[in-house]
Design a protein around this ligand. Structure first.
Ligand code: MG
Length: 199
């Protein structure tokens, strides 16, 4: 399976990192080794600035290529939350040098994932992230620059989507640094979906 991540899909987040709001979806891919299903994340030795980015995640349920937007909803029925963990220091270096982002985005355990739910009307799904009990991020899919169906249409022009692939749909504003002993709890539609301790 692969993990497709959409960048800059919320206006306020694009602004907080001084990035332009894209005119078409932008995405990158994390390998399957990025997936983290446990409740413990260990800060890797190669970065001094690991950021959390809380994102709505959809799971692809059947193979598809060049999927049109009006059929895209048939390709997923489970949703969750994930953290698109980012070595911001390495990413800044990559951006400056025009290099790809894999070392900053695709490292082991860089994609903690929560529990899965059957999808509902996405626009009714508020989600938020608590860091040590304090709310640091909140969002709703209605704030996305490109909605999930548009993302599926766009990505599947370039890459065949397969059963089990995950799409991280971009983060709202409020991203920040993870420190040792931080506890992150994420809620989707009022339900605790992620519970992660940093070591
Ligand atoms: Mg992200």
């Amino acid at each position: 399976m692969k993990i497709i991540c959409i960048g800059r899909n919320y206006v306020e987040h694009a602004k907080e990192l001084n990035n332009p709001v894209p005119t078409k979806p932008m995405f990158f891919v994390k390998p399957d080794t990025a997936l983290l299903r446990t409740h413990m994340f260990y800060i890797p030795p190669f970065s001094n600035n690991i950021h959390y980015e809380l994102e709505l995640v959809v799971k692809i349920k059947k193979v598809g290529k060049s999927i049109s937007k009006r059929f895209a909803h048939k390709y997923y029925d489970e949703i969750s939350l994930g953290l698109d963990l980012t070595a911001r220091d390495l990413q800044e270096e990559c951006k400056e040098k025009g290099m790809p982002w894999e070392i900053a985005k695709g490292f082991d355990s860089s994609a903690p994932i929560g529990r899965w739910y059957q999808k509902k009307d996405l626009k009714s799904l508020d989600f938020y992230l608590l860091k040590n009990g304090e709310k640091v991020q909140e969002g709703n899919p209605s704030q996305m620059v490109f909605d999930v169906d548009s993302i599926i249409e766009y990505v599947s022009k370039f890459m065949t989507l397969k059963k089990g692939d995950l799409i991280f749909t971009g983060t709202p504003s409020g991203v920040g640094k993870m420190e040792v002993n931080d506890v992150f709890e994420a809620y989707l539609d009022g339900k605790k979906t992620i519970d992660l301790r940093v070591k």
